[in-house]
Design a protein around this ligand. Sequence first.
Ligand SMILES: *Cc1c(COP(=O)(O)O)cnc(C)c1O
Length: 372
Amino acid sequence: MSGEVAVSTSGFEARLASNPLDAALRNEILANPGFGRYFTDHMVHVRWTRAGGWQRGEIRPYGPLLIDPASPVLHYGQEIFEGIKAYRHADGSVWTFRPEKNAARFRASARRLALPELDDETFLGSLKTLVAQDVDWVPTPKNEAEECSLYLRPFMIGNGKSLGVKPAAEVDYYLIASPAAAYFKGGGKPVSIWLSQHYNRAAPGGTGFAKCGGNYAASLLAQAEAESHGCDQVAFLDAAENKWIEELGGMNLFFVYRDGRLVTPALTGTILEGVTRDSILELARDAGLTPEERPISIDEWRDGVANGDIVEVFACGTAAVITQIGQLVTESDRIVTPPIEGEAVSAKLRKRLLDIQYGRSEDTRGWLMQLA
Ligand SMILES: *Cc1c(COP(=O)(O)O)cnc(C)c1O
């Protein structure tokens, strides 16, 4: 399974794969990676115990985990994760985007799920260690239209023999990496969204702001309902009034108004604080838009599209970047955003964001961190 043991410069112990995937097979995968189907040769692991705290991390061959059958993650869903990408620039170097935001969010998620906080240095160090080791797995875009990257998935689980309902005394942090092509297969075509009118994603005082598996588990049935209605994704309303737009199962929402306002639901604790969302709010002013974070109701969406005030709706997140929403389908009607004449605001923002991430325009805000 593994070869030599050495201590890498980043402080992670290295136990490297003795049988990494053959370069020809790897390149075949990189030519058509899809999303989340293939994983690199290695992963990072850091263990925590209540008695000893965080231990020295290691990079080791990718492979199955050892999980106690009585562990809190299996029975009570004590789990959190992150999603972040590594981008290859034209000169071959590899960078990531605002990783300190992910590190901080990972700590916030950990607090909510009663997991130990991982310090930012270890979080960022794990990204550097894995990407530097498996750098040949970072795809190279053939042109500006091709949106490929190495998707990085940090996660933390409550492990150990403990069926009592209480926070785990043994915790494992892992980082795995998966080469990725564009998230939606439609090639940038506007997507259809289903409005969930019976299921909510998050409630006040719950875990909506935390990036945890449980939120996703609770969204799967609504997502299946969306697909049965021919839709790509599901939009959730607030749990108290079933009236206010929150977000999609894994993406935040924006509305572009004819007068240049760019509206996104305010962060209330039930919405995931997207790094992409935050970046778009920052880029909006440069693009001559007026960003607004405030509640927006399903009626405002319906009426705004009908009277022409709302000219574009889009979703955003690390995996799918910015995706136009062509229509919202509900149990009683369809809210169809008319096609945009000229350059769409969402297309302009998408290009600005991608140009920074792929090093094609200057990173004036210091958003990039080099990984390899
Ligand atoms: C991860 C996630 C997002 C997007 O966050 P980014 O940091 O932009 O990737 C939005 N909503 C949910 C529910 C998420 O889990």
